[in-house]
Design a binder for this molecule. Structure first.
Ligand code: GSH
Length: 350
């Protein structure tokens, strides 16, 4: 009898709403809300995608009063967080784009089949490797600091000083401390921009005449960082006028039409990125995986002619595995192609 009573109480508890003292500050929205910061790489990636989907959405600055609730509901302190009309608060842009592709299938950001796996691969380069260039150009140049830190910290000078110190640590963790690596990251980005400038003379987007997740993250780098932060801004504007026009006007005019260049040739831009990945992202993500397996906090690998130390980070490995699983699901045509690229080993272990 006592046992029966206990399980009855448990069942009742299961269906009794938890009492919260404060009403939520963010009630269920009737459109998609993006909580984030306009100067954040991944916030701008999600914003670019929502625009391309033609979704009904709105940007909301993630302010201090929402911090606790958003962190509690989404499970992360990072931005962006998407608040959906179902009242879900969820994070992590790559799986978010997968989810939204199912809702806007005519405007998907990851094409189906092997071209979709190739899109994920190129997206990974910008998400997990070029991310170091965004932090370098922002936090290694003092002329950016006050403007950006005060904006992020809503004008609070102590919080801004903490942010500048945090930026220095992120630069060390992502291998852009030495002069050589800083120069190498900038030179690499100039090569990427030169490839984008040439590609945009041929096609409206980087993989053809319609946008993909790769366009979202490249646009995000320009909009959140490189065409805003004082240090890189002027030089990039002078050297890549086609890219600037695309980022500031043309890309957003997409009408839902157009085709992508077919797999495996894809575009010259994609070929340039996959060749660059062989000596950058691939050794980096494999060494990160090995370091995590050995429970080491950091690892050292040769990059651009110098031994560079990186912090071992679980998310890099989680993301590599998601990519490896997508690559495996893409079938034999993708497997045959990847075997000849020098990237197969980085996608082997899922
Ligand atoms: N994998 C996540 C990454 C999000 C992310 O790294 N956001 C950055 C801003 S662009 C952030 O919140 N950084 C603060 C931190 O990591 O402490 C995504 O794709 O959304």
């Amino acid at each position: 009898m006592r046992i029966l009573l206990a399980s009855f109480k448990k069942a009742i508890a299961m269906f009794t709403p938890v009492k919260r003292h404060d009403a939520p500050l963010s009630p269920r929205p009737d459109r998609y809300l993006v909580y984030g910061w306009r100067r954040s790489y991944f916030t701008q990636k999600l914003m670019a995608a929502l625009h391309f989907y033609g979704a009904d959405w709105e940007f909301r600055r993630k302010r201090a009063d929402l911090e606790q609730e958003i962190r509690w509901r989404s499970g992360t302190h990072q931005v962006p967080v998407l608040h959906t009309p179902e009242d879900w608060m969820i994070a992590d842009t790559t799986p978010l784009l997968d989810l939204l592709d199912g809702r806007f299938p005519e405007r998907r950001m990851f094409p189906c089949g092997p071209l979709g796996a190739l899109t994920h691969l190129v997206e990974e380069f910008f998400d997990e490797w070029v991310a170091r260039t965004t932090v370098h150009w922002r936090w290694n140049y003092p002329e950016n600091h006050m403007l950006l830190a005060m904006d992020a910290a809503d004008g609070d000078p102590d919080a801004a000083a903490n942010l500048i110190a945090w930026g220095g640590k992120v630069c060390r963790a992502t291998g852009v401390s030495s002069q050589t690596q800083q120069q190498a990251a900038e030179d690499e980005y100039h090569r990427i921009m030169a490839a984008a400038e040439a590609q945009l003379r041929e096609t409206r987007f980087l993989l053809g005449d319609r946008p993909t997740a790769v366009d979202c993250i490249v646009l995000a780098g320009l909009r959140a960082h490189f065409l805003f932060d004082p240090a890189p801004n002027r030089m990039l504007r002078e050297r890549y006028p086609g890219v600037v026009r695309w980022a500031e006007q043309e890309a957003d005019l997409w009408d839902g039409g157009g085709a992508l260049a077919s797999f495996p040739e894809s575009t010259a831009f994609v070929r340039f990125v996959t060749e660059t990945m062989v000596f950058t992202w691939a050794p980096f993500s494999l060494a990160n995986k090995d370091a995590l397996e050995r429970a080491e906090r950091a690892f050292v690998i040769p990059i651009y002619g110098e031994d560079v130390s990186y912090l071992a980070r679980p998310y890099i490995e989680q993301s590599r595995r998601m990519l490896a699983r997508r690559a495996a699901a893409a079938g034999p045509a993708f497997a045959d192609w990847i075997a000849g690229t020098g990237l197969a080993e980085a996608l082997a272990d899922r």
